[in-house]
Design a protein around this ligand. Sequence first.
Ligand SMILES: Nc1ncnc2c1ncn2[C@@H]1O[C@H](COP(=O)(O)OP(=O)(O)OP(=O)(O)O)[C@@H](O)[C@H]1O
Ligand code: SF4
Ligand SMILES: [Mg+2]
Length: 358
Amino acid sequence: MIYELNITDTAQKNISSSECKTLTPELLLKAESIKKYFPVRGGFLKPADKWIRAVDGVSFDVKKDSVFAIVGESGCGKSTAARLILKLLPLTDGKIFFKGQDIAVITGDELKRFRRSVQIVFQDPFASLNPRMRVIDTLSEPFRIHRIIPKNEIKDKVEHLIEKVGLNADALNKYPHEFSGGQRQRICIARALTVSPELIVADEPLSALDVSIQAQILNLIHDIKKETKISLIFISHDLKVVHYISDEVAVMYLGRIVEKAKTEDIFNAPKHPYTELLLASAPKLKVRSDELGVMSKESKLLTLKSKLKTDIGDVPSSIDIPSGCPFHPRCPKRFDVCDKVVPELKDSDGRLVACHLY
Ligand SMILES: Nc1ncnc2c1ncn2[C@@H]1O[C@H](COP(=O)(O)OP(=O)(O)OP(=O)(O)O)[C@@H](O)[C@H]1O
Ligand code: SF4
Ligand SMILES: [Mg+2]
């Protein structure tokens, strides 16, 4: 159910310009035309003469208890979008609202609450764990910083968490180097869960892992999601992985969304030629069941390739974005208008597509 806030005269005065004017009860995060341009300088202290348009006018909503996936090839702006959402980078333009509040202007206690509510799981589970801290200290730290529970309850809570991600309590006294990549990613997931977040941004959480481990971690994320009802922004270059876990998918190309739809629609009938090509070129791997342990039947159908190989040539640079449709140099369906006019992202049968064919 979508409703416009019914703003009475009195209420109007209480709503600052930093609040989102369109709210739905189920809306958690809203990105409105967000942009991030990085300057390219010819030399030290010289003014920028060009800009990398890493994220170039992207809009999307993340609903409560849902998984929103962002998919695209390397360099299309996925991680930059993640860092903007986490308020780790300032926006060049646009707005991000978390529970109706503009994250650009939040400070003090509101910022602390935001930092607690939105957590990240990174691609590289080794780099994101402090090698000098035992797991128990890594997992206890957020409880201490945010003073969530009394000190004498932290140990029990941490033990519960480590078991929830499929590790034994023995793991708590060990250091990160004593674990495999998959186990380390389980610890990172446990750390993200410590503060009971409302949103987890998972930036390629599988791609640094062995193929045989990826499905197990994906299943863990899936189970935790089901149990906790936390929302997820799941970033991946692998469309097949996204199929398994997400409710909605945004396909990004050179900093823009080219198609956004319900996951099933994207997979059953992709519309944008780039989405079609990504799907067609995603390798169909036959995964041996002994590699999958206790995986569900559904999971066994997953493609577990760590890098999506496409046979549609190289991605152009985000500095010199092609004229017209940015995808036109690689598009098998391009026609005369494609290199001249930028296609807008617009509705086509209930989904959004940026292509002159629709
Ligand atoms: N801090 C930065 N300074 C300058 N350019 C940057 C910076 N961070 C990212 N970029 C550039 O912005 C573009 C988007 O990068 P980003 O890391 O967001 O892509 P990505 O989709 O996450 O790629 P990958 O799949 O390889 O992780 C790239 O051209 C990248 O080189
Ligand atoms: S607008 Fe033209 S070039 Fe771009 S995806 Fe559509 S058909 Fe291809
Ligand atoms: Mg990235």
